[in-house]
Design a protein around this ligand. Structure first.
Ligand code: SF4
Length: 177
């Protein structure tokens, strides 16, 4: 079952036009999938407590491209098919990782707030660029319709640099929670 079916929240991208639809490869069985998700989330939360470990600007730019695409900035890359609109206006969460819709799982939170894409260690169910478990595209991903991962990997550096991101320190009172 694709994770798009097991999470609430409005899809951000109904037609990915020239891009290939991607399936999240699940580990066998519900329990191991759940464990996988919990382990990934725990690792991400713990990572924000590590001293001087802040995600780099380039890494966050790649994460934003992976999740949100760049159509909002005049590009052609649509949002990830697993990106979901939160029930809280203006917020988004990943519908592929099973973490649900709440403040702690919003990919980008309020203006000056440290949020999920700021965690130094963060996994993506699709292993997209910028995430800790990123795996490079295979040659077949270059065959039309191409994958979003292949597209990002072949972007000009100057275009990646245009992605607007803010970098924040983790909240001091919440380290390791
Ligand atoms: S974390 Fe990965 S699967 Fe989830 S919305 Fe972002 S790119 Fe898509």
């Amino acid at each position: 079952m694709g994770c798009g079916k097991c999470n609430k929240g409005k899809k951000m991208s109904d037609s990915n036009n020239n891009f290939r639809k991607e399936e999240i490869k699940e580990t066998s069985g519900t329990i191991s999938k759940k464990l996988n998700m919990i382990q990934s989330f725990a690792t991400a939360l713990t990572s924000r407590g590590l001293k001087n470990e802040k995600v780099s600007k380039a890494t966050k730019q790649l994460r934003v491209l992976s999740c949100f695409g760049n159509k909002q900035d005049g590009g052609v890359l649509p949002p990830c098919e697993y990106l979901r609109e939160s029930s809280t206006p203006g917020k988004h969460f990943c519908g592929g990782c099973g973490c649900g819709d709440r403040k702690g799982t919003w990919l980008v939170a309020d203006g000056e707030e440290y949020s999920k894409l700021d965690y130094p260690k963060l996994s993506c169910p699709l292993h997209m660029p910028g995430f800790t478990n990123y795996t490079p595209a295979t040659p077949d991903e270059a065959v039309s319709p191409i994958t979003r991962r292949h597209y990002i990997e072949n972007m000009q550096y100057k275009d990646i640099e245009k992605v607007k991101v803010n970098l924040f320190d983790p909240p001091k009172d919440q380290n390791n929670k």
